[in-house]
Design a binder for this molecule. Structure first.
Ligand code: NAD
Length: 499
């Protein structure tokens, strides 16, 4: 068997060599207080990329302390000056785009085109969007009717304090940016806990942001395990809010752990999103949308369109189009220009996804393509072929559980009402897709779907201005848009007696 070997590009080598000092407190990079390290590997080859610091409670204490000190000045900076810093960070991300994209691809496995045009490009746009908000975050004057005398009442939006941002491994740089840019725009300071699988791009972002003029202590990073560094951040009394993206299971743990301190929470959790193709849709576009909806980022996307509902009349045509394309998707190392799909993040994740494939087969679904690990040069990585099941019934685990891998479950339906009812019969409610050329149906179905985002004749679109988040067990609060900014503020009503 020939194993794939990939040269680490020289532009990221110095950073990787230095990654063990990966905790950033103030403007200083340091090792973990207790000295532990966690290996981070290239998921396409299994090669060690770097050892990152295994931070714990002592490191979180120092980071929160630095963030609290910085908060006093950062919140008092004029909105224009604060905005200027965020805009400079956005420009710096663009200037370091190539390097950041390479790091993201090495660490996460996704194709370089995705890292470049999605993760890094969108991250810069997000910092820019929120940089523009600092000068627009105003309050209101309110028409009150006091029982006695007169009063002027106005509101102002104030920052919360130190925000703890805990992020997953699927879009490491982008999701960190979703949380940090609005939190900082509103005048908060932050401690970031990246995923132990993918800490590299967030660390490089922090260095780049500090070089671009972000004051020391405004953004601190503690790498490490969720059970150590993550838990310490949740438990820290000096943290005002936890903004979390990750699994529903960890989300529940955070809710329980924060009950004592009543920390504010934003939770972006799992999904099992329905993508519905009506018989009046453009079939070719719908098939492309279904492929993009499930195979982007190897299916490790919280809003992946993993349940594809297809009307009976067009079912076979849609499945044939999807199969034809899925079988040609080229797996490989993300740095290889020809690669269309990379590996899963870890051996454990691969095993989990394969477990679902096995369950689908045992439950009687029809495996149309994929379901296997590729042999040959790719055998050293965590690859799985793009997988499509038909004849899926609603109660099968491949139709109910978040798989977080390149596995599409196709379900047949007969009418609109049934499609909506079955799409909504999920514990999750993160996103949904609708494919139709009937204008009335598009709006009607979009209104009825229980999901935080509904895409019509498109899928997996994200914009800094559009709020993103879940209904039901997919979480609460929103990332992105004005709504996320407001989530990093608290409202004060000020009463001025005029008599
Ligand atoms: P995860 O919950 O295992 O980990 C997410 C983060 O939480 C990591 O940084 C991890 O170290 C940390 N963590 C784990 N246990 C912790 C604890 N006890 N205390 C504090 N922090 C802890 O999730 P993951 O496997 O990294 O990511 C995949 C999940 O993320 C999927 O379920 C996916 O749907 C979800 N996700 C949701 C969205 C969204 O916007 N809704 C976006 C991306 C991913």
């Amino acid at each position: 068997m020939t194993m794939m070997s990939v040269e680490v590009p020289p532009e990221v080598r110095p950073f990787l060599d230095d990654a063990s000092a990966s905790i950033v407190i103030g403007a200083t990079k340091t090792a973990a207080a207790e000295g532990g390290e966690i290996p981070t590997t290239d998921p396409a080859t299994g090669t060690l990329l770097a050892n990152i610091a295994a931070g714990g409670k002592a490191d979180v204490d120092r980071a929160v302390d630095a963030a609290r000190k910085a908060f006093a000045q950062w919140r008092r900076l004029s909105p224009a000056a604060r905005g200027r810093v965020l805009l400079d960070v956005a420009d710096a991300i663009d200037e370091h785009a190539e390097e950041l994209a390479i790091l993201e691809t090495l660490d996460n496995g996704k194709p370089l085109t995705e890292s470049t045009y999605l993760d890094v490009s969108l991250s810069a746009q997000i910092w820019r969007y929120f940089g523009g908000w600092t000068t627009k975050l105003g309050g209101q004057t309110l028409p009150v009717s006091p029982a006695v005398g007169e009063a002027l009442v106005y509101t102002q939006r104030e920052p919360l304090g130190v925000v703890g941002a805990i992020v997953p491994w699927n879009f490491p740089l982008m999701i960190a940016s979703w949380k940090l840019a609005p939190a900082l725009a509103a005048g908060n300071t932050a401690v970031l806990k990246p995923s132990e699988f993918t800490s590299l791009s967030a660390l490089r972002l922090t260095e780049v942001a500090l070089e671009a003029g972000l004051p020391a202590g405004v953004l601190n990073v503690v790498t490490g395990l969720g059970s150590d560094a993550g838990q310490a951040l949740i438990d820290h009394p000096g943290v005002a809010k936890i903004s979390f993206t990750g699994s529903t299971e960890t989300g529940r743990r955070i809710v329980t752990a924060s009950a004592g301190s009543l920390k504010k929470l934003t939770l972006e959790l799992g999904g099992k999103s329905a993508n519905i193709v009506f018989p009046d849709a453009d079939i070719e576009a719908a098939a492309q949308g279904a492929l993009n909806g499930i195979f982007l980022n190897q299916g490790q996307v919280c809003c992946a369109g993993s349940r594809l509902f297809v009307h009976r009349d067009i079912h076979d045509e849609v499945v044939a189009a999807i199969q034809a394309e899925a079988e040609t998707i080229r797996l490989g190392h993300g740095l290889d220009e020809e690669t269309q799909m990379g590996p899963l993040i870890s051996a454990r994740q691969l095993e989990r996804v394969e477990g679902f494939v096995g369950a689908g087969i045992r439950d009687g679904a029809a495996l149309v393509c994929g379901g296997r690990q590729p042999a040959g040069a790719l055998a050293g990585g965590h690859f799985l072929e793009p997988t499509v099941f038909t004849d899926v019934r609603d109660e099968m685990s491949i139709a109910t559980d978040e798989i977080f891998g390149p596995v599409l479950s196709v379900l047949k339906f007969d009418d609109e009402h049934e499609a909506v009812r079955r799409a909504n019969a999920s514990a999750y409610g993160l996103a949904a897709g609708v494919w139709t050329n009937d204008l009335k149906r598009a709006h009607r179905v979009a209104r009825e779907l229980e999901a935080g985002t509904v895409w019509v004749n498109m899928y997996n679109m994200i914009d800094p201005a559009a709020p993103f988040g879940g209904y039901k067990s997919s979480g609460y609060g929103r990332d992105l848009g004005e709504e996320s900014l407001l989530g990093y503020t608290q409202t004060k009503s000020v009463w001025i007696g005029l008599d």
